[in-house]
Write a protein that binds this ligand. Structure first.
Ligand code: ARG
Length: 461
């Protein structure tokens, strides 16, 4: 019964509203190639198990290939009334080949179909991302090779702490990216079970061959429980979780590029291609690309938390809520890919101001630990006492406005008479860096060994 206040307009308005909230074609058209690939695999299996005829299979495959071409050439008319990519493709297939199109959906539902498409999409995205991570690692290694002897201040609390090699700093990111790489591949392993054939939720009475479809689509095996197959979205959550950690790493690196390229630091200059000018201040070069990479974690992590919220509390199996998983994921994965590529470009193009780095590395008594270590090693002073003696020497240097290296031997001897001339060997930043030969330390000979190892792994010659 229609409501007298608003019933007159109810019918047409709700139809339009329903379409607006229900239709997903604007974003799930991104799944067209995965959807067509799975339909081809499904049709082959249906013919193999004699559920459909060879002729129908051939017509279906031919029609699907035509649709693929139409989409890629921009000739396909997507319709919001047809809701999503699955129904858009099926409707067009019916126009192209007639009745046989209706047989394609035998033993399948949109629930297992969308889970399969989305898994294939996520798997493709992982394959692209791991390639891009390797490219960034390679750019870092090639850059590190030039910078083994470049000394910069290492920081804690963003306070100069101890001098390190710039290459060592870059290699820290290579390690972080390696964990990202393996996290993504690990997610890929668990993702790689095929949901197609779970049908709506309970499986099907047709004699399908799920192993055949799984193999055809590059999955390791079909998933074991039909309810789980259509209800599971762990695969995108795991991938977005790994993507968020990777984006967090890129954000930290981007922040360093922003700091290092400031006039106050002046450690690096980003190339023109990754900077912009100011519309009002002619002297400015803004590190926009780095700032945007720094920000991308927001939307990537945002996609992860949104989808986690969508999934929590959903009863088994499929609910339409799950349609909300795609738009944000596409955006997040695309933006991580873009960030990785922009970072690779920035690393390859930036120029390094070695002098400024070295000067900063020597500031703020950064070799004080080396002085304390000398007292321990050469004069058998317990480290705690050595720390105390060094503190006094640092405050002497501070009051005289000298670096540790510039202090006179006799002034240091007044504080502790066990100090002798050889102390000066450890006070330079070069010697400080060179002395850190412990496994994983910043000594150039460690770094060169690490670089060769990475070049073998990344197959860089
Ligand atoms: N467009 C839907 C999605 O993205 C496809 C699955 C629809 N299934 C259904 N039972 N209405 O989730």
């Amino acid at each position: 019964m229609s409501n007298s206040m608003w019933g007159g307009r109810f019918k047409s308005d709700t139809n339009a509203l329903m379409q607006a909230i229900n239709s997903s074609i604007d974003f799930d058209k991104n799944l067209y190639s995965q959807d067509i690939a799975q339909s081809i695999a499904h049709a082959k299996m249906l013919a193999h198990t004699k559920i459909i005829s060879e002729q129908d299979k051939d017509d279906i495959i031919k029609g699907l290939n035509t649709i693929k071409q139409e989409i890629e050439q921009g000739q396909f008319k997507f319709s919001s009334a047809l809701e999503d990519i699955h129904m858009n493709i099926e409707a067009r297939l019916a126009e192209l080949i007639g009745e046989a199109a209706g047989r394609l959906h035998t033993a399948r539902s949109r629930n297992d179909q969308v889970a399969t498409d989305f898994k294939l999409y996520t798997r493709d995205a992982i394959d692209m991302l791991v390639g891009q991570i390797k490219a960034l690692q390679s750019a870092l290694i090639l850059r590190a090779e030039q910078e083994v002897q470049t000394i910069m201040p290492g920081f804690t609390h963003l306070q100069s702490a101890q001098p390190v090699s710039f290459a060592h700093h870059l290699l820290a990111y290579v390690e972080m990216l390696s964990r990202d790489y393996h996290r993504l591949l690990d997610a890929r392993k668990r993702l790689n079970q095929c949901p197609l054939g779970c049908a709506a939720l309970a499986g099907t009475s047709f004699p399908i061959d799920r192993y055949m479809v799984a193999e055809e689509l590059g999955f390791t095996e079909p998933n074991a429980n039909s309810l789980d197959g259509v209800a599971d979205r762990d695969f995108i959550l795991e991938t977005l979780s790994a993507a968020s950690i990777c984006a967090m790493h890129l954000s930290r690196f981007a922040e360093e590029l922003v700091i290092w390229s400031s006039a106050q630091f002046n450690f690096i200059e980003l190339s023109d291609s990754f900077s912009t000018g100011s519309s009002i201040m002619p002297q400015k070069r803004n590190p926009d690309a780095a700032e945007l990479v720094r920000a991308k974690i927001g939307r990537i992590m945002g996609a992860y938390t949104s989808i986690m919220m969508v999934m929590k509390g959903l009863p088994l199996t499929y609910s339409k809520d799950m349609q909300e998983d795609k738009e944000l994921s596409f955006d997040a994965l695309n933006n991580l890919s873009l960030s990785l590529e922009a970072m690779t470009g920035m690393v390859s193009d930036l120029s390094v101001n070695k002098e400024a780095m070295k000067q900063a590395a020597g500031a703020k008594f950064s070799t004080a630990t080396d002085l304390a270590d000398w007292l321990v090693r050469e004069a058998n002073v317990p480290f705690r006492d050595a720390h105390h003696i060094t503190g006094k020497i640092v405050s002497l240097a501070e009051s005289k406005e000298l670096t540790l290296e510039q202090l006179e031997l006799k002034d240091m001897q007044e504080i502790d008479k066990r100090i002798n001339q050889s102390i000066f060997e450890v006070l330079s930043v070069e010697n400080s860096v060179k002395s850190r030969t412990s496994y994983g330390g910043t000594a150039p000979k460690n770094i060169s060994r690490e670089i060769s190892g990475w070049k073998r792994i990344l197959k860089i010659s």
